[in-house]
Design a protein around this ligand. Sequence first.
Ligand code: 0GY
Length: 305
Amino acid sequence: MSSPEVFEKTPGWLDFYDGPSRPHFKLPAGAVDAHCHVFGPGAVFPYSPKRKYTPCDAPKEALFALRDHLGFEKNVIVQATCHGTDNRALVDALKASQGRARGVASVAPDISDAELHALHEAGVRGTRFNFVKRLVSNTPREVFVQIAQRIAPLGWHIVVYFEAQDLPDLYDFVAALPTTVVVDHMGRPDVTKPVDGPDFNLFVQLMQEHSNIWSKVTCPERLSKTGPFALNGEQHAYHDVVPFGRRLVETFPDRVLWGTDWPHPNLKTHMPDDGLLVDYIPQIAPTAELQQKLLVENPNRLYWR
Ligand code: 0GY
């Protein structure tokens, strides 16, 4: 047998946070971490030859340990671009979770019916369309339309990942998708702009006009310019992102999801303490009712029905 390929991490790659704190915020029973990934390990599940980065290994055992440490009951594991359309690491994690994880896969339009059904059987409930140019080469929109037609009969949804400056161009395409659509990370707003300014209003309009569109109110650590610093002597994690998350949670309480984004790919300056990320949640979902919807009811309705 040939020896497994050895992968060198992208220079400057930050490994996930070692020894996350235990959050002060107590998650409600049944809470779901609805956006996280597994990476490899590369020796078992090689990274895609087409990848734009090589991550640290972040295996399922580490994800499940984090789940238990933070107090989540379940995970939604999203296929990351470094694995391309090879969903084996994802499927392996889903099977090992004993029903406590669901998945979002990346598929090609020519995937066979048998392969689609095997993914469904393993716990996949969605596919991801990625428009972030530093992560993927361009996929023609007709290809995405073909994939949407293949997955819709399974009752899957589509996760879309784009950056705010691309929304005007993508608006009609996203609005026309035939399934439930979940937008990653609030469409990546520029949080130095006003929360009620034209850019974020366009995103809110997309959700207002289309009741099938949901948003993950995730990734303050990616969007924040202020970072996880104390304010007025209190720990206010990523406070500049709070108005954006809170606006979506309060306007669309039944169509928002939250997740850690562990192991936090492609962060260049700081790696978040996942415990502190959990402590961010009550800032954007201040009542027990909003927390229950965000963390328990919404993800269970989408992934475990
Ligand atoms: C995220 C964000 C990123 C990466 C990916 O699939 C991926 O490679 O999603 C990113 O670099 O912004 O949601 O994990």
